[in-house]
Design a protein around this ligand. Structure first.
Ligand SMILES: NC(=O)c1ccc[n+]([C@@H]2O[C@H](COP(=O)([O-])OP(=O)(O)OC[C@H]3O[C@@H](n4cnc5c(N)ncnc54)[C@H](O)[C@@H]3O)[C@@H](O)[C@H]2O)c1
Length: 258
């Protein structure tokens, strides 16, 4: 039997990068996938790839930072497949800057998507999962939550919040059969990274790509499907004893030197 056979999984930001890989990995594990994403054409592409492989998936346009949008997307999930068993809070945005160079608008937007967006989904979707007998929540944090990275002031603050709210949810809803964990990746090669290079280093993208790859002791960035496989394990019954944990997946970044 497949690991997620019969499960219904909501994946936010499933249109691109890590969210797309998680959606594909869960679908190959037998789950029905509902993608909540702002980018309809990207989400549509993820759905097409999954369906072409015989999997079940659909998408709904959703801004995770808005309550009405999340509630409408949940109703869509319920009518398309039923009550969700799994929630992956993956949608997130990047930001470059220090405490002195980050504008108030930038700070607010990062918090709005990366923190309030996770809260919104938890606030509206957890009750449906609990009513349905429980389930699994997986939050996408970052190594920026556990180590000091230059020029990531707002982003680090947002991912630190994701990590600690993971503990709160795991504690608060343990008795309601909810497990909640977080993943902290180092750099993963996705459009998130390509967009960052394009915006900040338009004239020496390749050189910077190599530099960013070499930061990980393993000598490269992660591939999105390497995160997808860890997510599949954590959201399956194989991980039935795992809750309140943060999984670093970082090519040796945090623990290996030289
Ligand atoms: N790529 C990395 O190196 C890396 C490392 C650590 C953590 N992460 C985290 O992993 C997650 C996914 O990153 P990625 O690299 O796949 O990014 P990505 O930019 O490739 O994909 C993010 C997806 O989220 C969607 N999204 C953005 N704002 C949204 C909103 N308000 N509502 C709904 N959807 C929204 C986008 O449309 C996009 O499809 C993010 O939370 C990111 O912080 C990424």
């Amino acid at each position: 039997m497949s690991q997620l056979s019969g499960k219904i999984a909501i994946v936010t930001g499933g249109g691109s990068g890590i969210g797309r890989a998680i959606s594909q990995s869960f679908a190959s594990g037998g789950a029905s996938i509902v993608i909540f994403d702002l980018d309809e054409s990207a989400a549509d592409k993820t759905v097409s790839v999954i369906q072409a492989r015989g999997g079940k998936a659909t998408f709904v346009k959703c801004d995770v930072s808005r309550a009405d949008s999340v509630m409408e997307a949940l109703r869509f999930c319920q009518s398309a497949f039923g009550q969700p068993n799994i929630l992956v809070n993956n949608a997130g945005i990047a930001n470059i800057g220090t405490a002195t160079t980050t504008s108030e608008e930038e700070f607010d937007r990062v918090m709005e998507v990366n923190v309030k967006g996770v809260y919104m989904c938890l606030h509206h979707i957890l009750p449906a999962m609990i009513e349905n007998g429980g389930g699994v929540v997986l939050n996408m944090s970052s190594i920026a939550a556990v180590t000091g990275l230059k020029d990531r002031f707002a982003y680090s603050a947002s991912k630190g919040a994701v990590q600690t709210l993971t503990l709160a949810v795991a504690a608060d809803h343990l008795d309601e059969n909810i497990r909640c964990n977080a993943i902290c990746p180092a750099r993963v090669h996705t459009p998130f990274v390509d967009g960052y290079l394009e915006k900040n280093y338009p004239d020496n993208k390749e050189e910077m790509f190599e530099k960013l790859s070499a930061v990980q002791p393993i000598g490269r960035m992660a591939k999105p499907d390497e995160i997808g496989k860890l997510a599949l394990y954590l959201c399956s019954d194989d991980a039935s004893y795992v809750t309140g944990q943060t999984y670093n997946i970082d090519g040796g970044y945090l623990n290996l030197r030289g």
